[in-house]
Ligand binder design. Structure first.
Ligand code: ADP
Length: 462
């Protein structure tokens, strides 16, 4: 079976979040199951590859595009759009030409797919939302899967940009890709793909409710019969404390982990023997920073040290940085994207905090488990599917959970974590148990294979 993956990021080439982990790792597992998978990405700044094709696209004017290749990856090259710092924008906001950039990307990939013979085109997130429609219009026999990694990002653009898409005006209606007077790329992906998936079973249910549907719950309910959740895995080739070259000390047990803890504290200027909470996250409202900021003084009073790595929302960045200025030996805030430090935080922290308002799947909690770092999470989306609350009596569970989205409930979960931390033998056992829990891609990849086999072109009996 020949599969095309299409996305706006994938490790090792370009990453802002979990999407890149998934698009980098899932194809590897699918290949192990015998599928032939190629991945299409924009050719961002710094990506090399070998020139393998040229193509002209009509989008108001003629665009001459080059296609580069590196192993199983194809890169769509249009330097004016993609050879710049940042994938979607700068700290000042999104690029103003994202509509043009990802329409061009989608048109080029659609044309390449139309002249090849793919069985399945697996598109990811709003940046690729137009592709299922372009393929249908081009009478492609490839079946399309559209995966929503985060419903909060929809690719909404003003109506004036509609001509860029090159579609008939009949598509600018509420039944199609018009959305409250705007264009909505994610809506296009939901409506015109043969199957819609999302990245956990719980999130697949949540997004069909008005509370969690970001205004698209009604549209999603129309696709209910073709909407399924498949939980993400992680790539243990990349995230494994026994082989990880980026951490200070490779380890397979709790003792080995402790060496990383001390080195991480030294590197970040933290002092003392208090339990250490780590966070590696986009700094966005979604990730629970409002309740974290409100709870921060209590967290310090309770006796935790905190290390945060992330970037994003400027006002949260400022607030967090203030805490580190006030408590330089207890709070370390690192505003940047830094893969090496991320690995060191997963390895060196005692707890990993994800107080998310919503979380489609979440990879941080799965990575931290592998490093024996106990997740403290809110019960939402994929966090609810992967983390079970720790019971000190039975020793069942793999983390600490709170349900209501509030600082008060976050603090309660943290105080339970502190109690568990103070029972040293039990805490060591919990940490070592977490290291052995398996969230590899194997089972989820099998589910995708089954899905690819069962998917039919919509509207046909094939
Ligand atoms: P999301 O995709 O919503 O950002 P996930 O938990 O699914 O959240 O995945 C986030 C991924 O991005 C993880 O691999 C995490 O380690 C990584 N990450 C997030 N922020 C940073 C950062 N500032 N530096 C390095 N890695 C980061």
């Amino acid at each position: 079976m020949k599969i095309a993956f299409v996305a706006s990021e994938a490790i090792p080439y370009a990453k802002t979040g979990g999407l890149a982990d998934v698009v980098g790792a899932l194809p590897i597992s699918l290949r192990q199951l015998g599928l032939n998978v190629t991945v299409f990405l924009p050719r961002y700044k710094g990506i090399k590859g070998t020139l393998c094709d040229r193509i002209s696209i009509e989008m108001g004017e003629k665009y001459d595009i080059k296609v580069y290749k590196d192993d199983d990856f194809y890169f769509i090259d249009y330097p004016n759009f993609f050879n710049r710092d940042g994938l979607y924008g700068t700290e000042k906001g999104d690029f103003s030409d994202n509509c043009e950039r990802f329409t061009l990307f989608s048109k080029v990939v659609s044309q390449l797919i139309l002249k090849a013979s793919y069985d399945i085109v697996h598109c990811h997130d709003w940046q690729t939302g137009l592709i299922p429609l372009y393929l249908k219009l081009g009478k492609s026999s490839a079946r399309s899967i559209f995966t929503i990694h985060n419903l909060g990002y929809q690719g909404r653009f003003p109506a004036q940009k509609f001509p860029i898409l090159g579609l008939d005006n009949g598509y600018f209606t509420p039944e199609s890709i018009e959305y409250y007077g705007d264009i909505n790329f994610l809506k296009a992906g939901i409506l015109y793909s043969d199957v819609v998936t999302t990245v956990s079973q719980n999130y697949a249910q949540e997004i069909q409710t008005p509370e969690m549907g970001f205004g698209l719950d009604g549209v999603l309910r129309t696709r209910q019969a073709s909407l399924i959740g498949i939980v993400n895995g992680i790539d243990y080739g990349r995230w494994n404390p026994e082989t990880d070259d980026l951490i200070y000390n490779k380890y397979a047990d709790f003792r080995g982990k402790q060496k990383n803890r001390q080195r991480l504290m030294d590197e970040c200027g933290l002092k003392g023997t208090r339990p250490l909470i780590g966070m590696v996250s986009r700094i966005a409202g979604q990730k629970g920073f409002d309740i974290l900021v409100k709870a921060f003084d209590s967290i310090i009073d309770m006796g935790f040290n905190v290390i945060i790595l992330g970037s994003g929302d400027e006002s949260f960045q400022k607030k967090l940085t203030t805490f580190s200025t006030v408590h330089p030996q207890r709070v370390s805030v690192n505003i940047k994207f830094d893969n090496k430090l991320a690995h060191r935080i997963y390895a060196g922290s005692d707890f990993f905090l994800m107080p998310s308002r919503y979380e489609p799947c979440g990879l941080g909690q799965l990575i931290s488990l592998r490093y024996g770092t106990i997740p403290i999470v809110r019960h939402t989306g994929g966090l609810a599917d992967t983390i079970t609350d720790y019971d000190p009596v039975s020793a069942k569970g793999n983390g600490f959970i709170f349900t209501e989205y509030s600082s008060k409930h976050l603090i309660t979960a943290l105080s339970r974590s502190m109690m568990a931390y103070n029972c040293r033998d039990a805490f060591e056992k919990l940490s070592e148990k977490c290291m052995t829990i398996n969230f590899s891609w194997g089972e989820s990849a099998k589910k995708y294979v089954q899905l690819y086999k069962n998917t039919r072109l919509s509207g046909t009996e094939e």
